[in-house]
Design a protein around this ligand. Structure first.
Ligand SMILES: [Zn+2]
Ligand SMILES: [Zn+2]
Length: 179
């Protein structure tokens, strides 16, 4: 977690309001397209830079919202982000996710039908919102484990750089995660 984070996630009461807005939006889509879309699970467990995410894992479809970004941009999120993720869900129900581009013409049409201008990503100032640290890659030299940035990791993979341990002067080799 970023130590400068100082935004508090939205309250239980606001979560309930967001959930209601989500189900309202799904109902609206049902009226528009004359079919029933089931209410799906709505969680507030998303962190990082995304305001929302529509996720399908096996048979579970759910929408995940970022309670920090919702806290900072509540009105926007309640309108745009909720509709954005519901539109992904509706497109999935109608076309199937594999058959369309994530923010392609089908998704854009659903957004317009639901009364929101289709923009793929929000342009938020994330100051104060906890952002996950950039991914690191573990390398070993023989004396210790080094955590390399993705930039250095890519340079090594492309053969454009070699790094030596500053303590034992051994070359760094990647520690592959155990499967
Ligand atoms: Zn999207
Ligand atoms: Zn070393």
């Amino acid at each position: 977690m970023d130590l400068t984070a100082n935004i508090q996630p939205i309250s239980q009461q606001q979560q309930a309001e967001v959930r209601r807005a989500t189900y309202q939006c799904i109902k609206q889509a049902g009226l528009l397209y004359q079919r029933e879309f089931k209410e799906l699970q709505v969680d507030f467990d998303l962190s990082g830079k995304c305001a929302g995410m529509y996720q399908v894992k096996r048979s579970l479809r759910r929408i995940r919202f970022n309670p920090w970004i919702f806290a900072k941009y509540y009105a926007d999120s309640l309108g745009d982000t909720v509709t954005h993720e519901v539109a992904h869900y509706i497109v999935d129900c109608i076309y199937g996710l594999r058959r369309v581009k994530p923010h392609g013409s089908e998704w854009q049409a659903v957004m317009r039908d639901l009364g929101v201008e289709p923009k793929a990503t929000g342009n938020y100032d994330l100051t104060g919102i906890p952002i996950r640290q950039y991914q690191r890659f573990a390398y070993s030299c023989g004396c210790r484990i080094h955590q390399l940035t993705v930039l250095r990791h890519r340079k090594i993979l492309k053969g454009r750089a070699k790094y030596l341990c500053q303590y034992c002067h051994g070359p760094l080799t990647e520690v592959l995660p155990e499967k």
